[in-house]
Design a protein around this ligand. Structure first.
Ligand code: SAM
Length: 275
């Protein structure tokens, strides 16, 4: 007979579109816990049905009342409790952080059962440098806030990974084109599903493509690091001239440095020449 699971909180990743991605360990844990905390009982109910598992479901998100969290922590202190999100890895742009922190603060065992996360699946597909990446969740909805975040992250020498939605894709691509000119971009859509697609190009190319083929479904947007593409002197001049049309030489140099990874001081000297 199988050993009962040790008491504690089990963070369980679930498929992001392909039910075949449920591992044997995920099935065993979900089948062995006393309750499953989830965002939406209907969504998780369908997954458990598919796996032939009957489990008590408790709705939970990080805005849940303290009483709900206390209730789950009380159960996790003496029995095995799972946390899942609608899809993918809990805590990754999904609820769970507050529950895990509270469990750890109280000495309740926390175990993570790994599985799919759209950010990682996209990073492995996009053909952008994967040695350093920065996952930044969803970009803000408002244009100014979105551009501010892109400017803040622009100097990071890493591939940037964002979650995105179809209706906002064009605006985000336009903001990336303006704030981080010259970067490689990839759009990874419907990962692990029938119409999975990963398309790379410049923001302008991608905007044109999706204007002709309106994007559907779930999207991860990736922006290559500065300097990933070698920038020729001519390219740098073109970017500087474009920036100088609206910015002071120091600002133009900073913007092009952020986009290309080229030396800001050298770009400033060149901007003064071009002005
Ligand atoms: N925790 C989840 C994970 O680990 O992937 C992410 C949850 S977040 C609320 C939902 C976002 O993840 C979607 O808006 C989309 O950006 C991305 N996403 C989830 N599934 C996806 C898929 N199959 N293909 C592309 N992006 C996906």
């Amino acid at each position: 007979m199988e050993q009962p699971l040790a008491a504690g909180l089990y963070i369980v990743a679930t498929p992001i579109g392909n039910l075949g991605d449920v591992s044997a360990r995920v099935s065993a844990i979900l089948g062995g816990v006393a309750a499953v905390a989830c965002e939406d009982t209907r969504v998780t109910g369908k997954l458990l049905n598919h796996l032939g598992i009957k489990a008590r479901l408790v709705r939970y998100d990080d805005h849940a009342s303290d009483a709900t969290r206390e209730h789950l922590l009380g159960m996790a202190a003496t029995s095995a409790i799972a946390l899942v999100s609608d899809a993918g890895t809990p805590l990754i742009s999904d609820p769970g952080y507050r529950l895990v922190k509270a469990a750890r603060d109280r000495g309740i065992a926390v175990t993570s059962i790994p599985g799919p996360s759209a950010a990682i699946v996209a990073l492995t597909l996009a053909g952008l440098p994967s040695d350093r990446f920065l996952f930044a969740g969803f970009l803000p909805n408002k244009d100014k806030a979105r551009r501010d975040v892109l400017a803040e992250l622009g100097g990071v020498k890493a591939t940037l990974v964002f979650y995105e939605t179809a209706p906002r894709l064009e605006d985000s691509l336009a903001a990336i084109g303006d704030v981080l000119p010259g970067r490689d971009v990839a759009v990874a859509r419907e990962l692990t599903k029938k119409f999975e697609e990963c398309r790379s190009g410049s923001p302008a190319d991608l905007i044109a493509h999706y204007a002709a083929h309106p994007p559907k479904g779930e999207i991860v947007l990736l922006v290559g690091p500065p300097g990933a593409v070698e920038t020729s002197g001519e390219d740098a001049d073109a970017l500087l001239k474009e920036a100088l049309a609206t910015l002071k030489p120091s600002q133009a140099a900073a913007e092009v440095a952020r986009a290309t990874g080229l030396d800001r001081k050298a770009l400033y000297a060149r901007a003064l020449e071009l002005k």
